[in-house]
Design a protein around this ligand. Structure first.
Ligand SMILES: [Zn+2]
Ligand SMILES: [Zn+2]
Length: 345
């Protein structure tokens, strides 16, 4: 089969199309014909060699969608022709964390596609079925591929961790990225009033179209006073913190008493200074949100198929152009999400 293989970490040009042996599914696994695989900034970090669990040669890609063409032994519930999309990471399904529904915290099986497991930059891939969601028949492959990292993460963040309630006001930082646009749509769908923060004037229209009630363009990242103004001094009930260290202080200052801050991104891997007094007197809750569970991916795929949440796939390019795709992503030349499309034969 054809696959894009990374033989040494480094620049985008190291991603090269090769012919490699066909993988075979083992126990609890299926073989997928990959129809689309999203390219995520996580893949760029991986390609540079900054993810310790990846060893070369590697086939990257954790945003794959495809059709089951072979089912391994002892793999109940899956059959040839089923449509599937990958989760970012595996979980064992057996430990106390998995049994309580917190699969994204499982330590027994925390393998990632594109790291320990072969990824989706290929015509075919083997996937353990615990790492797959079910793609509704009406959902195009290009959209299905990107759902996990955008809407799947938003379902985990806004609903599971944030417990958004109808009538609440929700602040979303870094709102114009993939997780942001999905979070805006989902919070609105669940009846919240959404205040989106972006650093770019050019993103205002997309955010309004996604359903943001208010958009604050904040280049200097000093949006708390503007949030207070637009909430009549009350502050917000919940915040989805996607930017992380650079906006965290302003987000805390934007919170209403009893507010919940759900932290899902830390783009610059920075540190924050925190005044515990603010957390104490306002009884704030600071929550982390990490990855997506199988049930959340199924829900995200369903929401996308029924039009509740839109995907923003702007680029679909042949698998052979993976290197160019990485180059463009690194140079901010991709407006929405980009997917690679493997050759059919
Ligand atoms: Zn991703
Ligand atoms: Zn587990």
């Amino acid at each position: 089969m054809k696959a894009v293989v990374l033989r040494s970490f480094g620049e985008a040009g190291n991603l090269k199309l090769e012919t490699v042996p066909m993988p075979r599914p083992g126990r609890g696994e299926v073989l997928l014909r990959v129809h689309a695989c999203g390219v995520c900034y996580h893949d760029v970090i991986n390609r540079r060699g900054n993810l310790p669990r990846t060893s070369v040669p590697a086939i990257l890609g954790h945003e794959a969608a495809g059709e089951v063409i072979e089912v391994g032994p002892d793999t109940p519930g899956w059959k040839t022709g089923d449509r599937a999309a990958t989760l970012q990471r595996m979980s064992c399904g057996e430990c106390a964390l998995c049994k309580s529904g917190r699969n994204s915290l499982c330590k027994t099986d925390n393998r990632f596609f594109g790291e320990e497991l072969q990824g989706g930059y290929a015509q075919f891939m083997v996937a353990p079925v615990g790492g797959l969601g079910r793609v509704p028949a009406s959902l195009p492959w290009n959209e299905a591929a990107t759902v996990c990292c955008t809407t799947g993460t938003a379902v985990h963040t806004v609903r599971t961790r944030g417990q958004v309630r109808s009538g609440e006001t929700v602040l979303i930082t870094g709102a114009s990225g993939g997780v942001g646009l999905s979070s805006v749509q989902l919070a609105r769908l669940d009846g919240a009033r959404v205040i989106a923060v972006t650093s770019s004037e050019a993103k205002v229209r997309a955010l309004k179209e996604a359903g943001a009630d208010e958009v604050i363009v904040s280049r200097g990242l000093d949006f708390a006073s503007e949030v207070r103004k637009r909430t009549q001094g009350a502050g917000v009930d919940m915040a989805v913190e996607i930017v992380g260290s650079a906006t965290f202080d302003q987000t805390l200052k934007s919170m209403a008493p009893g507010g919940r801050v759900v932290v899902v991104g830390n783009l610059e891997s920075g540190m924050v200074q925190l005044n515990p007094g603010l957390v104490i007197v306002k009884e704030l809750e600071i929550l982390g949100a990490y990855a997506t569970t199988q049930a959340e991916l199924d829900e995200a795929l369903r929401l996308t198929a029924t039009g509740g949440v839109r995907q923003f796939v702007t680029d679909a390019v042949p698998l052979a152009e993976a290197a160019k795709a990485h180059f463009r992503l690194e140079n901010r030349e991709v407006a929405g999400r980009l997917v690679l499309v493997p050759p059919e034969a």
